[in-house]
Ligand binder design. Structure first.
Ligand code: BMA
Length: 352
């Protein structure tokens, strides 16, 4: 989707001065407004699918169980849709994903989709980095091109079944400077990576007519400003500049990393007139009791990001959680995080 966010921001400013002007309630409009007003939306991966101790309980959410509100944005993953499977790679039925994603949108929420597809050349998973020929094999002229076009068709069918694909933040080919996915930094050339994006965009938008998708570019944090742009798919494709950055060491180091990286992501997004966000983050198992207010909010509150997404609370891996849940050490602090003026949850973004 092509648009100028500067224009959007101006429209929002004018709208707030004039009682007659209608507010832009689109996904892009609301994300831009968050940035304009110095607030950010809270997003949680798989929030409605399962939580720390439960699986597929309709309407349940670890986030709501803790603070009484749903996240503004819910993240979903499409891994295994390409095989025509009924269950995602994290064992969620795709028909359930479609149902809860549509209901979150109907409630005024926003959804984002990532994709960890299998390795189309070796038959391994997204983390199979045994070959540097995978991307080359699926772009036009490659031996697996037809196979992969069929994978794209299944992915497009899924996106289309969620609000017709409209207003969905689609975030394929993420963490592209790391070497842990088959489309990663050392696994394909810059040209091959860009062809992968061109092919994905061309199919989804031009062939399938999914013109309402918002396209997010979300590199991992191991790059500087110049490195970040070295595989940028282009202004014609991208709507949102993202960053995937996790805490592995001390809180101080992590805060410094976020401040440094988000400063240049902001500069780049402004130069290119795009939205920007912290598209994945977290500290596995959240060891710090005040992680939400003293680490996360403290690092991102002045960056202008439109949203922050923390990764999933797996129900079958007790230590693998990045969000709150009842009984977690960080529970009280998450309530304080929700109560901050600058954090936006579903109830804060769904009012027209
Ligand atoms: C990773 C882990 C895995 C999961 C994958 C895709 O970060 O959470 O357990 O399968 O994401 O969601």
């Amino acid at each position: 989707m092509r648009r100028s966010y500067l224009l959007l921001a101006t429209t929002i400013m004018l709208a707030s001065c004039s009682p007659k002007a209608a507010e832009d309630f689109s996904t892009a409009g609301r994300l831009a407004k968050a940035t304009e007003t110095g607030k950010y939306m809270y997003a949680h991966q798989d929030d409605l699918n399962y939580g720390h101790t439960w699986y597929l309980e309709e309407g349940r959410s670890d986030v709501r169980d803790v603070c009484g509100k749903y996240p503004a944005i819910i993240g979903f993953d499409m891994g295994r849709i390409e095989l025509g499977d009924s269950l995602s790679l994290d064992k969620v039925p795709f028909d359930y994903i479609v149902k809860v994603a549509n209901s979150h949108i109907a409630n005024g929420g926003i959804v984002t989709f990532s994709w960890h597809p299998r390795n189309p050349l070796t038959g391994g998973d997204a983390w199979d980095v045994s070959s540097t020929e995978v991307v080359k094999s699926i772009i036009p002229g490659g031996q697996k091109h037809e196979v992969f076009m069929n994978w794209l068709k299944k992915a497009a069918d899924l996106l289309e079944s969620v609000n017709g694909g409209n207003g969905i933040i689609f975030r394929p080919w993420h963490e592209n400077y790391g070497n842990w996915f088959w489309w990663g930094g050392k696994l394909c050339t810059d040209e091959e990576y860009q062809s992968l994006w061109d092919m994905t965009y061309d199919y989804m938008v031009n062939e399938r007519g999914l013109t309402g998708l918002l396209w997010a570019f979300s590199p991992n944090a191991d790059v500087d400003k110049e490195g970040y742009m070295s595989r940028y798919p282009g202004d014609e494709i991208i709507d949102l500049f993202g960053l995937d950055a996790y805490q592995y060491g001390s809180a101080e180091d992590f805060k410094a990393l976020l401040k440094d990286r988000l400063a240049y992501v902001k500069e780049l997004a402004q130069e290119h007139e795009k939205l920007y966000a912290l598209t994945e983050t977290g500290h596995e198992g959240i060891p710090e009791e005040k992680w939400w207010t003293e680490v996360l909010d403290s690092a991102i509150k002045d960056t202008g990001i439109s949203y922050v997404l923390t990764w999933r609370n797996a129900c079958d891996m007790p230590g693998h959680f990045y969000g709150p849940f009842p009984g977690a050490a960080c529970e009280e602090d998450f309530k304080a995080f929700e109560a901050l003026d600058n954090t936006l949850f579903l109830d804060d973004i769904n009012k027209r």
